[in-house]
Design a protein around this ligand. Structure first.
Ligand code: SPV
Ligand code: MG
Length: 540
């Protein structure tokens, strides 16, 4: 059964009615609201002081009420706990209060506190002589207007009594509280600026249980919370402590950076950017992009194996790894990177080995196989796989191909897909290693598809069983990559792991029952194994 969550207003109402002492914490924007919710608070106080401070203006109604509501909208949009808004004096007379309450209801705000002072108000802790009280009858009319305007019966109107702040004493405070209660207020907020709780305790004692009483212990902060509990207060508001802690942290960081002109000493003290992304809910957006954005969540990484020297090229690779041999003036490896970039692959990891210092470019990532002299392709692949997650293209470092080939691989939804050249005969020589493949079906002109499965791969596949040569390009979906990582973990246990080439991995996948699919192509690629190949590459 679907249980509908209680509305924010009804949850604020429950907090006010709770026999326990409950707490609201100040918020001043969407970020602080998120932080308060995550800290475990059941409700928020939309502090006028803090919101105006965060906007860089004074707590004297300098921010217009619609500017305050813009902030309130961000607070509510980022949280699911109820907000009690500090509505100051209601931004005008009863009529302005009616409109305020309607708007707050539309924004999903749970309640509003209105204080019995005169617009424009002055913060209660400033200038006692600037705290004129509203006429009691007039203010009771505002409370009644607020209650009559709410559309949600649970919306809470809290009448804030400022008689103690203005120095009028307990009798006046009680008289006013009573009038506002009779006008329909759901709770009374009794405010005091004394450093001890005497005034609010005296009020609560006289008031009794007529309706819930809310306090703001900013000035009598040293009072043990149990005193409030024992006195029977309903809610205590921690009213400005996040904007104050934010100010302290920002002052320290700004001063330090200004003085030291480096970020070195602040980085460890502040939250990482990743934490800001988390607080902004980026994870949710990433998931949503997968659902709603064509192509999103399908970013593909690449791992290029370029660790070997390429001894067969003799003097040419004495000082330069094979992958860095210039082809038409640009290194072979970078030409392949250009092709991958063109098909949208930007996250490319190069596994380096021989003369690794010669391979570097700002847009590439690197993994190093420093044992390149005594190891083979799978050792390099293992290094490269540490850098990738999700869909990945694995490529040899000494190949070039037309861009339609990786495009065909990327467009298919197969988990493990090889590009195989069906024109293999003229490439097969006894003195040359080749990843020859046997499949469950030969290339057929009329079926330019990838419904073909690999049976086995290696230089020893008999010519009679050979259907093509793998060109050195393998596409893995996220699932395919996981299968490869599993197979690699198994192969790594073998004593001859150092000697294993890519064919061993593909055969292991087949042995494990993984469906390794084949996309046939005919030419449009080359690899550079010897000087003849190099000549051909120049005109590719
Ligand atoms: C606020 O937080 O804005 C308040 C409480 O109204 S106080 O600043 O103490 O007046
Ligand atoms: Mg205020």
């Amino acid at each position: 059964m679907l249980v509908k969550k209680a509305s924010k207003a009804s949850r604020l109402r429950a907090l006010l009615a709770s026999p326990e002492l409950e707490f609201l914490c100040e918020v001043h924007n969407g970020l602080s609201a998120k932080i308060v919710e995550e800290a475990g608070f059941k409700g928020m106080w939309g502090s006028g002081l803090s919101i105006s401070a965060a906007l860089g203006v004074r707590d004297n109604n300098e921010a217009s009420w619609t500017e305050v509501l813009d902030v309130v909208d961000f607070i509510g949009g980022n949280t699911s706990i109820p907000l009690l808004l500090d509505g100051d004096t209601g931004y005008g007379n009863f009529n302005n209060v009616r409109r305020l309450v309607k708007k707050l209801g539309q924004l999903g705000v749970a309640g509003v506190a209105i204080e019995d002072k005169v617009f424009p108000k002055t913060n209660s802790f400033l200038r006692e002589e600037r705290q004129p009280l509203a006429d009691m009858e007039e203010f009771a009319g505002k409370i009644k207007a607020a209650k009559d305007s709410q559309e949600d019966p649970d919306f809470c109107v809290v009448a804030r009594v400022e008689a103690l702040i203005a120095g009028w004493g307990l009798g006046e405070a009680l008289k006013r509280a009573d009038a506002y209660h009779k006008a329909g207020a759901d709770a009374i907020l009794i405010h005091s600026k004394k450093s001890v709780p005497d005034e609010v305790l005296a009020f609560q004692k006289e008031w009794g249980k007529r309706c819930p009483v809310v306090i703001v212990p900013t000035k009598y902060y040293a009072t043990p919370t149990d005193v409030f509990r024992d006195a029977g207060f309903s809610v205590a508001i921690w009213a400005n402590h996040l904007v104050r802690s934010a100010a302290a942290a920002m002052q320290q960081t700004a001063r330090q950076i200004a003085k030291e002109q480096t970020l070195l000493n602040v980085e460890e003290r502040i939250v990482p950017v990743a934490e800001i992304f988390r607080l902004q809910g980026d994870a949710e957006l990433e998931e949503a992009e997968k659902r709603y954005l064509p192509g999103a969540g399908k970013t593909v990484s690449a791992v290029i194996l370029a660790a070997s020297r390429g001894k067969e090229l003799g003097a040419l690779t004495e000082a330069l790894p094979k992958a860095m041999l210039p082809i038409g003036g640009r290194p072979l490896l970078y030409r392949q990177v250009d092709t991958l970039n063109e098909v949208g692959i930007k996250d490319i990891t190069i596994v380096r080995g021989f003369r690794k210092e010669l391979i570097s470019a700002p847009n590439l990532r690197f993994a190093d196989n420093d044992a390149y002299e005594t190891t083979q392709e799978l050792s390099s692949l293992a290094k490269g796989l540490e850098k990738v997650s999700g869909a990945t293209l694995v490529a040899y470092g000494d190949i070039l191909y037309k861009k339609y080939i990786p495009e065909l691989l990327l467009a298919a939804d197969d988990d493990v897909l090889l590009a195989v050249d069906s024109d293999w005969r003229e490439r097969r020589r006894d003195d040359r290693y080749g990843d020859f493949v046997s499949c469950d079906r030969a290339y057929r002109k009329e079926q330019f598809d990838h419904e073909v499965r690999l049976k086995t791969m290696g230089p020893a596949v008999p010519a009679a069983d050979t259907h093509g040569e793998w060109i050195g390009l393998l596409k893995l979906s996220a699932k395919g990559l996981a299968a490869v990582k599993d197979a690699m973990a198994e192969l790594a246990k073998r004593p001859d792991f150092n000697k294993l080439r890519m064919a061993a991995l593909l055969n292991e996948l087949v042995a494990r029952g993984v469906s390794v699919k084949v996309q046939y192509v005919r030419g449009h690629w080359l690899d550079v194994d010897d000087v003849t190949d190099l000549g051909a590459a120049g005109s590719f």
